[in-house]
Every structure is written in C-alpha cells, then in structure tokens.
Ligand binder design. Structure first.
Ligand code: C2E
Ligand code: MG
Ligand code: MG
Length: 730
C-alpha cells in the first residue's frame, strides 16, 4: 500500500466496503444505545431536580427560573436521547412496537419549539446577545427535525439506515451543544467546564467517526466553545475561582493556560477518535475476511467446485426434504443417475483440463434440460437429478444427443438409470443407489442410454446388498469355498498346477459363482477379505495334504488390483506360508491384465517384490483389454495366460489360429511360459500343443471343482499328476 493510500485510510478517506460500512453502522448503533441510556437518565434526573427547585419558588420566580434553568436544553437532550434509543433499538433488534414512545418526543420537542419561537419573538425586546439568538434557532431547528423523525418512526414502514444515522448526528449535535451551553454557563459562574468535556468525550470516543469527520466535529465544537467563552470572560467573575487566575485568564479574553489545556484536550480527543476508528476498522476488516471465508466455505460445502451446480451433500439434504413434504407427488417423482461412458478415455486422451471442460458443459446441458429440478454432480462424471417422471425420458434423450455433439475421437455415451421412489420412501441415498444400479446395468450396452429400475434389477440389487452385508459372515461360517481347476502341461498331458477359484456356498442363494460377487466386493472395497480367505484355505489345504503324504501341485491365486492397495500382499503371503509351512514355489500370483492398464508404481513395485521373493507372477486374461502389449512392455511376468476369447472363434474364424500362434511365439521371445485358458475340445488342445503352447486349462480336462472331487478324478485315473509332484509328496 502506498503512503498516500495509507494516509487516506488512516484519515478515513478511503472507500469502505458495504460490509465495513454496515459494521460501523452497527457499532455506532450499539454505542448509541449506551449513550442514550446515560443521557436519558441524567436528563431525567436534571429535569426532576429542576422541577423540584421551581416548585419551591413563587410564580414570578418560577417563570424566571424556568427560563434561567435552561429547561428547553434538558428537554431537548432528553428527547434526543429517547429518539436515538428508539432508532438504535429498531436498527439493531428490529423492534417496532416501541415506536409509539416517540409521541413523547413529539410532545416535548413541540414544547421546546413553542418556547423557542416565543423567545425568538421576544428577542428584539430583550437585551440578550447574539449567542442566545443562535441558541434559540439551533434548539428550534433541532426540535423540529426531531419531530419529523419521530413522525417517520411512527408512520414509516421503511426506515432507512440513513434515518438512524441522521438521528445519531442530531443526537451528537444536541449533546455537544448542550455541553457548550452548560459549560459556558458554568464558566460564567466560575465553575468547571466539565459538561462540555464530558459531552465531547461521549460523542467523539463512544461513537466511531471517520477521522476527518471527527476532526471537523471536534474542531468546530472547540472553536464555538472558545469563541463563546472568550465573549463572556469577565475577570471579576473568574477571579472568584482561584489564585492562579492569571494563568487561566488574561486581562482580555482567555488565558494561555486554558488555551494550552484546551488544545491538549482537543488533541487527546482527536487521537482517541483516530485510534478508535482504526481499531474498529481493523476489526471490521478481520470480520469481513472471516465472513467471506465462511461464506466461501458454506458455498463450497453445497456446490460442486468444478461445475458450479450443487453437490451430493446439498442434493441429499434437499431431496430428503422434498420426500418428506406431503405436497410432493411421489408417484410422479424420479431419481436419475447419469454417467458418461468412456469419460475416462476422454480424460486420458485429452488431459484433465479438457476433461474438466467437458464436465462443465455436461453440467450446463443437464441443468438446462432439468430447469427447476434438483440437479447435482456426485463425483467424477456422475450426475444425479430429482425430477418429475412426465417427460424425463425425452429430456435424458436430449441430454444424450447434446453429449454426442460434444464428442471428438473418443465416443461418448450417456447412461442414465432411473428410480421411482415408493410411497413411503424417505431416504434419498437408497433411491440414488438404485438409480445408479440401473445405470450400471446398461454399461457397455451400445445404444441404450436409459434404464428404469425394475423388478429384475431389484432382485440383482438385493443380492448385491446381501453380498456387501454378508461377506464377513460368509467367511466366518465357511461359506467361502475354493474350487480347483487343473492346469495341464502339454508336453506330458499331466497336471502341473491348479487355479484356485472362489465359490460362495450360501444357505439362501445356493452356490454363487465369482461373477456374482467379485465385482460387488471390488466396488465396495471388500475384495481383500475374500482373497485373504482364499489364500488361507489354499495354504491349509496344502498343509493337510502334506500331513497326509498326498501330492500337491502349485496353485495359482487370483488377485484383484485393489488387493495391492488394501493390504501388503507379499507380507500376507509370507505370513500364511510361514504359518502353514508351505514352500513358496507352490504359490503363483495371477494378476488380471485389466488391473495393469495404466502405469502404477505401487503395482509394478509389488510385482517385482513378489518375483524377487520367489513367487511366480502370471498375467491373467492376456488380450482381453485394450492395452495388452503395453502391459507386456511395462511389467515382467513368468507366465502369460492367454484369454479364452481367442479360442472362442477357433474352427469358425480362421484368424484365431495365426493370432494364437503369434502370441505363443511372442511369449517365448519374451522368455515367458504360455498358458491358454478355455480349452474345451481335443482339436483346440492338439493345435495348442502343435504351436508350442506349454500349458493349457479348460473344461476339456476338468471344470473347477472341490479338492475331494479333484482327488477322485486323479485316483480314478481320469487326470494324472506330473511325476515331480508325486515324488515330492513321497
Ligand atoms: P479367471 O481367473 O480368468 O478364471 C478362469 C475362469 O474361466 C473361471 O471362471 C473358470 O471356471 C472359467 N473356465 C475355465 N475353463 C473354461 C472353459 O473351458 N470354458 C469356459 N467357458 N470357462 C472356463 P470362474 O471360476 O467363474 O471365475 C471367473 C473369474 O472370477 C476369474 O477369471 C477370476 O478373474 C475371478 N475370480 C475367481 N476366483 C477369484 C478369487 O478368489 N479372487 C479374485 N480376486 N478373483 C477371482
Ligand atoms: Mg485367473
Ligand atoms: Mg483368466
């Protein structure tokens, strides 16, 4: 801040914000309450005292005393105090009932006005000086102004801020004027000028003035006061006071002592005024900053920072209110959950900035289409709307059309799930979950962008809820089973490994395949519970086989991408093999290709850690995703499991064979072992053997089955185990 600006702000010349102005206004109104209460009490006391003394005199003296006792000053100041109090209370607490008290102000001010008019009319006959004339006019004007404002208060419905401020100025003026009149009178009688000083301190220090205005008010009042004093100084009167009269009064006019004291007093009051102003100012600025911060915080707590539409918190609160209103037509309400398919790819291709711009545009489109409805962004590319059922499908179609227009090379597709709340539904979260479930059910379904939540979905949804809520019970009650599927060595035709595949044997739902619970457990980040359970069962099975002298072949375990985030996989494996005394070579780690699509340091470090520890790491489902070859470039694996999709067209699609051959060749060149899954026919098996695929897995040999069933197959000779594992068991 430049020196000029600093000076301007110090003197109160700089522009203030509305907040700071309001802060000063409220501070002054509060101070006005204290001031007016003190003034009212004092003046009331003075008036009572005055009336008592007057009543003790005879009529002639009574009238003279009345004039002599400055009753109009007391009345006026008392009225100003009352009026100020009424306005301040009105400004601070919005109390309007008390406004009738201003009738009292009107009455008193009218009396003062009449008296001043009488005095003015008599003025030419009397021998008073010009100061009195000035007084009469000031008192008359003040009383008239107060009458006007009392009327405004009584009839006015729209009192403005400036009304209260104006009353405050009038009140301050009356206080100072009263101080001057009383102190001039006291000085005349040789008394102290305390009233003037008190009033100055009162007005300048209790209220907060802009320093330049404070300076003007102070200087003007001091100037008037000294002018009045210098006009009335009379040595003979003053001489009665004390011996140091010479210092205080000179032969002519005021003495240096009074001037010096007066100047010191003026200066001190002015400095107090400036300091008061600056203190209030800094407090106001601090409060304003705090207020801004709070309003920003409360704003971002209900708004989505990126798109500016409401966020999930606000949506949930408002939707809950809407659901609780009896006036809400539930039969015509619907929750829509929208998701933009391929948004991730768009983000990946064009970067976050462009991705964010797309989201802002989508938010705008949705808001436009669903004007008047509850629209929000929950997260990423997920938007939720609570609207009416009528034409929601058409609106979604329009949003979808406009989103298509935004797409570039990456195909964008809107997916929307809709859920109609039941009559007694009050929880918006449950409604949103169902709409989302409906939305997810049409993912990857080309050209379908709208799905109503129906009975079939309800059943699936319930199963999903059941899985999330019961995974712990299922583990504790041994509902989780391991089915083993043999892996066959093409060189010998013998089992050289087993894949451990999870099954959930549920008392209510029966035998659940992993396709029914893996995705849900991953979505709710519970998958590690299942995988840890599978690892332990496999280790236990090894330990039992070892104890019984049975043969055991290496088992490959499936890991989800989340496992590597949710727990220390190498650490857990170490703990398990330690507990069950299982050699590391009996465990292989399968990581599905889709888990490795982007470069992930944590995952690549863990893969290395596992390989260094002595585990074999397999790449599962190779060729099922979009970036299979990149995965091969970025990570090192021991075994490449070729996805069963490559075999599905075998026989009918003549491209399948050369593709498979090339993958097997590539695997060899990259020094990995190839394994093809999904082998169902002898023809497929023969082909794979002919191209040098080292291992195979599929229904041709065995479906996944419990270990007892597998043992029976081995005992019956249907399957044979590689020699090395039979000898290892011996
Ligand atoms: P995956 O790891 O690729 O497992 C192979 C899947 O293919 C198994 O399905 C298996 O039954 C099936 N399969 C094997 N041979 C054939 C065949 O010749 N023809 C056909 N049509 N299918 C065959 P499953 O057991 O239903 O497992 C599905 C997927 O679930 C697995 O795919 C794996 O990704 C996942 N999964 C299974 N168990 C676990 C587990 O314990 N943890 C984790 N994280 N995922 C698991
Ligand atoms: Mg697998
Ligand atoms: Mg697989």
């Amino acid at each position: 801040m430049s020196f000029r600006n600093k000076l301007a702000s110090w003197l109160g010349l700089s522009k203030r914000s509305d907040y700071v102005n309001k802060y000063f206004y409220m501070t002054n109104m509060k101070a006005s309450i204290y001031m007016s209460v003190v003034v009212i009490s004092l003046e009331l006391w003075m008036i009572i005292r005055m009336i008592r003394t007057i009543f003790e005199k005879n009529l002639q003296d009574k009238i003279e005393s009345l004039i002599e006792s400055y009753f109009s000053n007391y009345f006026l100041l008392f009225s100003a105090g009352v009026l100020m109090l009424l306005f301040a209370v009105r400004a601070l607490y919005n109390v309007r009932k008390t406004r009738w008290i201003s009738v009292l102000v009107i009455a008193m001010c009218s009396a003062v006005a009449v008296f001043e008019i009488t005095m003015l009319s008599k003025y030419s006959e009397s021998s008073k000086d010009s100061a009195d004339l000035f007084n009469y006019i000031i008192l008359l004007l003040s009383s008239l102004i107060m009458i006007v404002f009392s009327v405004i208060l009584i009839i006015g419905r729209s009192e403005k801020e400036w009304h209260s401020l104006f009353v405050m100025y009038v009140f301050s003026f009356c206080c100072i004027n009263f101080g001057i009149i009383m102190s001039v009178h006291s000085f005349e009688k040789g008394d102290q000028i305390l009233t003037f000083l008190t009033m100055e301190l009162f007005v300048i220090c209790l209220l907060v003035w802009r320093p330049w205005l404070g300076f003007l008010v102070l200087s003007a009042s001091y100037a008037v006061f000294y002018y009045r004093l210098s006009g009335i100084v009379d040595i003979s009167t003053v001489a009665r006071v004390d011996g140091i009269i010479d210092l205080n009064t000179a032969e002519i006019g005021l003495g240096d002592g009074i001037k010096i004291n007066g100047f010191t007093m003026w200066l001190s009051t002015l400095l107090l005024c400036i300091s008061n102003y600056n203190k209030t100012m800094s407090q106001a600025v601090k409060d304003e900053d705090l207020e801004k911060m709070n309003s920003h915080l409360s704003d971002i707590s209900v708004h989505d920072e990126l798109t500016g539409i409401h966020n999930m918190v606000h949506f949930r609160g408002e939707a809950e209110k809407l659901l609780s209103y009896v006036t809400t037509d539930r039969s015509n309400s619907v929750f829509l959950f929208m998701d933009i398919e391929n948004f991730k790819s768009y983000n990946g291709k064009y970067g976050f900035t462009e991705g964010n711009e797309l989201l802002i545009k989508v938010a705008r489109i949705i808001r436009e289409q669903f004007k008047g409805s509850l629209v929000s962004r929950f997260s990423d590319d997920h938007f939720v709307v609570m609207t009416t059922l009528d034409d929601c499908k058409e609106k979604v179609a329009e949003v979808s059309r406009q989103i298509h227009e935004l797409q570039r090379e990456v195909h964008l597709e809107l997916k929307c799930g809709a859920y109609k709340p039941s009559d007694d539904e009050t929880d918006p979260s449950a409604a949103c979950d169902r709409a989302r479930f409906a939305c997810n059910s049409i993912k990857k379904r080309y050209n379908t962008s709208f799905q109503m939540y129906d009975k079939t979905l309800e059943e699936k949804f319930r199963l999903k809820q059941y899985i999330v809520n019961n995974i712990d019970t299922a583990i504790a009650n041994d509902y989780i089973k391991v089915f083993y599927q043999p892996i066959v060595d093409t060189a010998t035709g013998c089992i050289c490994g087993l894949e451990a595949l999870a099954r959930w044997k549920d008392p209510t739902y029966g035998l659940l395949p992993p396709g029914m619970f893996i995705d849900t457990l991953e979505e709710y980040r519970q998958i590690h519970k299942l995988d840890q359970c599978i690892i332990e069962i496999v280790c236990r099975d090894y330990s039992a086989a070892a104890a019984n002298g049975e043969c055991f072949v290496p088992v490959s375990l499936n890991f989800s991408r989340l496992d590597f985030e949710l727990y220390d996989v190498p650490g857990f494996l170490e703990k398990m093999i330690g507990k069950y005394k299982m050699p590391r070579k009996y465990i292989d780690v399968e990581i599905t290709e889709s888990a490795l699509t982007d470069q992930n340091d944590l995952l690549s470090n863990t893969v290395e850690k596992l390989r260094n520890a002595g585990y074999k790491v397999w790449l599962d489902d190779f060729g099922s995703g979009y970036s299979s070859l990149n995965v091969l470039k970025d990570y090192q694996f021991d075994v490449l499991k070729i996805d069963m999709k490559f075999l599905s067209g075998f026989g009918s699609n003549n491209k399948a064979a050369p593709i498979l051959k090339n993958i097997v060749d590539l695997t060899r060149q990259l020094k990995m072992i190839s394994l093809t899954e999904g082998v169902e026919t002898q023809e497929q098996y023969e082909f794979l053997r002919s191209i040098g695929c080292e291992k195979v897995q599929g229904y041709l040999f065995s479906k996944p089955c419990p270990k007892e069933e597998l043992n029976e197959k081995i005992l019956s000779g249907k399957l044979s185990v590689a020699e090395e594992y039979i000898t290892a068991a011996k």
